[in-house]
Design a protein around this ligand. Structure first.
Ligand code: FHN
Length: 441
């Protein structure tokens, strides 16, 4: 927080995290699936035999790709192999408890038949709504759905990055009405959704109108009380985004953790937060030729575990192909993550910061509001002995390996300090140990 606070009308309206049931639910889910799906999946990062090395969903802004060509792609969008039940089943078996789907990315193409635009799925050969069946299938599988919505809209004639004259301002006002209408339409069509995930809010036209984003947030809350919306939507009247000019978080959780994670608990300032992560370095939509490093199951698990250990949610992105299927690498990741989650998911859901001193072997996660603390071990020391230092007046009464249920006897080696001796020094996936602790005199 900044020292000298200033009076703001459109700054943060709340101190601290939301405490209501809808937010508590979002916070407990911890692991989500992000899906970037749209017209950009058709070129898949390639055009006229050349490969675009930027993010596939940005190909329209590549000089080699004429806008007219991109804007005609909708005539080919026909995901004949799309099977929403299968998508939902795969997400469920991976262990995801919520899903975020791009209703409309920066290109402006809508996956639902919006009555406010012609550039929608209804104009494609597929014709039918894609979002409805997807939301229904995910909800049936017990997975909450949140809707990604880009404010930047490359297709809409009234979208302006900045407002330079009276005509721009008039267009900007019309665009705001359009945004409001589309969002209300989404809520009316899909009443089970749990939140909006806003993006593309960095242009001047948006951030210089804090009053509008503030009113919009309140309007959406009034239509659908309990909605969860991150910090990307809002700007204050001075153009500050995410955090207002007094340093207070706007929106329900910090939404700036994109392809990066906080290092320590101090970096999150007590706020709810969520990280979104790509599988390759920076590809969200489908790219036929992934270049560079592709994250492995264990790398992703470590990010998930680290996020939860620091009170955050972790969301892994997938970019399905234009025909509605997932590439093999993504399917394999889902399976691999799911295998681990099936055995060890208890350490993730409802997990929170444990308040214990961090050790080099990995991360502690506390089951919210309980004495159960999980050790998630990524680096086993050559000694095979894992150091556990507990806060004052806390003692360790037992430990067991989650996977095998094997009981481990902690060795007391100093005041509030123990070794847990691992039976196996080698493993090819993170080992979870459940600690039983007692806090008292
Ligand atoms: O430009 C987009 C990008 O394509 C992708 O959708 C990510 C997801 O967080 N958001 C924007 C960049 O911040």
């Amino acid at each position: 927080l900044k020292k000298d606070t200033i009076a703001l009308i459109h700054g943060a309206h709340r101190m601290g995290n939301r405490t209501d049931a809808d937010m508590a639910r979002w916070r407990s889910l911890r692991f989500g699936q992000f899906i970037h799906w749209g017209l950009y999946a058709i070129p898949g990062g390639e055009w006229n035999g050349k490969t675009y090395n930027g993010a596939a969903e940005w190909i329209r802004s590549w000089k080699e790709m004429p806008h007219e060509d991109y804007d005609k792609l909708y005539r080919q969008f026909n995901p004949v192999n799309f099977n929403p039940q299968q998508w939902a089943a795969q997400a469920k078996s991976m262990g995801a408890k919520y899903m975020i789907i791009t209703t409309k990315h920066h290109d402006g193409f809508c996956l639902w038949p919006s009555k406010y635009s012609k550039y929608t799925i209804a104009s494609s050969p597929w014709k039918k709504d894609l979002l409805g069946p997807m939301i229904e299938a995910y909800n049936k599988a017990g997975i909450d759905v949140h809707l990604y919505f880009s404010i930047i809209d490359w297709n809409h004639p009234d979208y302006r990055a900045s407002l330079k004259n009276a005509a721009d301002s008039a267009a900007g006002k019309r665009f705001q009405v359009f945004v409001k209408n589309q969002l209300a339409e989404l809520l009316q069509r899909y009443p089970t959704i749990k939140g909006f995930w806003f993006d593309g809010t960095w242009d001047d036209s948006w951030k210089n109108d804090g009053a509008f984003s503030d009113e919009l947030e309140q309007y959406l809350q009034s239509l659908h009380p309990g909605l969860v919306m991150g910090s990307r939507l809002r700007a204050d009247e001075k153009g500050a985004r995410h955090f207002d000019s007094n340093g207070r978080l706007m929106g329900d959780y910090e939404q700036g953790w994109e392809r990066k994670l906080p290092a320590t608990i101090d970096d999150v300032h007590g706020n709810d937060w969520e990280a979104v992560m790509t599988v390759p370095e920076n590809q969200w939509g489908y790219h036929a030729k992934w270049a560079g490093h592709v994250k492995t199951v264990n790398e992703i698990l470590e990010m998930l575990v680290k996020s939860v250990s620091l009170n955050g949610n972790f969301v892994l992105n997938f970019g399905p192909k234009a025909d509605g299927t997932y590439r093999t690498e993504e399917q394999q990741l889902m399976t691999g993550i799911g295998q681990w989650m099936k055995v060890n998911g208890d350490a993730i859901y409802n997990g929170t910061y444990a308040g214990f001193e961090k050790q080099d072997w990995g991360y502690y996660i506390r089951k919210a509001g309980t004495d159960s603390v999980y050790m998630v071990v990524f680096n086993i020391p050559v000694s095979g002995s894992l150091r556990v230092k507990l806060p004052a007046r806390t003692s360790l009464t037992g430990a067991s390996v989650l996977q095998s249920n094997a009981t481990l006897t902690p060795e007391l080696i100093g005041r509030n300090e123990y070794f847990i001796h691992l039976p196996n020094k080698t493993t090819d996936s993170p080992v979870v140990i459940l600690l039983k602790t007692v806090t008292g005199e």
